[in-house]
Design a protein around this ligand. Sequence first.
Ligand SMILES: [Zn+2]
Ligand SMILES: [Zn+2]
Length: 510
Amino acid sequence: MKTEKVLVEGIVQGVGFRPFVYRIATELELSGYVRNLGNVVEIVIQGSDDKIADFIYKLQNELPPIAKINNLETEELEDEEEYADFTIKESSDSFSGTSVIPPDLAICDKCLEEINDPNNRRYNYSFNACTDCGPRFTVIENVPYDRDKTTMDDFPLCDECEVEYKNPLDRRYHAEASCCEVCGPSLELYKNDNQNPVKIDSEDPLKDTAKLLDEGKIFAIKGIGGTHLVANVMLEDTVNLLRERLGRENQAFAVMSPDIETVREYAIVSDAEEETLLSKERPIVILKKNESYNFAKSVSPGLHNIGVMLPYAPLHHLLFNHTDTPAYIMTSANVPGEPMMITNEEILKNLDTIADYYLIHNRRILNRCDDSVARFRNNELAFIRRSRGYTPEPYDLKGKYTSLNPEFDNLNILALGPELDVTFTILKNSKAYVSQHIGNTNKYRTYEFLQEAIKHMMRITKTDSFDAIACDLHPQFFTTRLAKELDEEYDCPLIPVQHHHAHGISLLND
Ligand SMILES: [Zn+2]
Ligand SMILES: [Zn+2]
């Protein structure tokens, strides 16, 4: 009999990884334990050589759908105590590796079935989630990914949910976003009554929302990681009114349709586009309108294209159960250039000249994350905006730049963008963590958001300091000023980069 320690890095927290480890270990009758150590998973496994080899094979080849292993190290332990069985131990915070929590992901098929099944206790429930789906990045404050470090901490589990949560063989074992109507967040419908929000008693807020939307009302709907302004695409007067209220003359609106069949009725969809629309990341994909396209003229005026996404939150699916419209406009609820509104106070107060109604809920959004936007050029996916569904999954740059700098793989670098349409990147252990869409940092609220987002990314990647900070060469940019401030805080070299040079290098990387 031997004992081995296995350290696993990657997307291994918040994805059902520990119950997966528990299941294969107990199936192979191995003993030992698994636990989260900061952002690494530690496994100690005890048994025969053959079975341990089987275990390591299964560990890498039968992963749960969202999990991803970037690095796996094994080490034989001498004189280890004998374990009677295999257990899942409490998390500990003592290790800093390169793992990261997953992005927010679209509702999975099993959870979708539940909300559409009248006999299921989660029937019609807008916040259904499990270890394979739901919010992650937008609800987490820190790692390791445990419920008390997420905004789900506001919702203690009811008895039934707790039984699922504590059973290693249940698909909701340690699903930190798991909840139900009894214990979880709930929706509230408000009417904008002359700029005063008035709560409406509603048996079924989503049914009422669909009805009002189809009558031509404009809604602000708070979702999982952000808030949308929503309107029916078939109603020209409504869409025009939305444009007027937003002061947005021509820029096209993105839309959401209930399913891919409906999208095909008004747009041309290639196989690759279909696959991306249906992916668990669910970005907006820019599609070519077809001859049957008949939305109101001002949805995407004068364009051959339209940005389309499919429902990703349970709330979206349930909303479409109550309407026949082929699509709703879903555009980020923000003042142009400023960050999307995410608190109930902001939504009710700052959208009172835009929305007729508000559909909000009582789960806090910690990190806003705008919808991602992608398009295909020559069948190649290109991002216009890489955000929800992708952030904070890193790009692996290991070994790519060691010829330029032998130290590259060991450096922690913060790279700040220019001034408009900003994102930032933290490079750590040769993984590049690109932030969500931040916006135009010449607006103060966006500048604040940038600072919060950097601190948050540092926490979830367990980055305490930087070896260098890169910024735009332009001295007047707010990002350049921030770089100088952070540079003093972390006492490291500041590397100004000429704007067009930065563009060139990032294209090389693509
Ligand atoms: Zn699920
Ligand atoms: Zn519950």
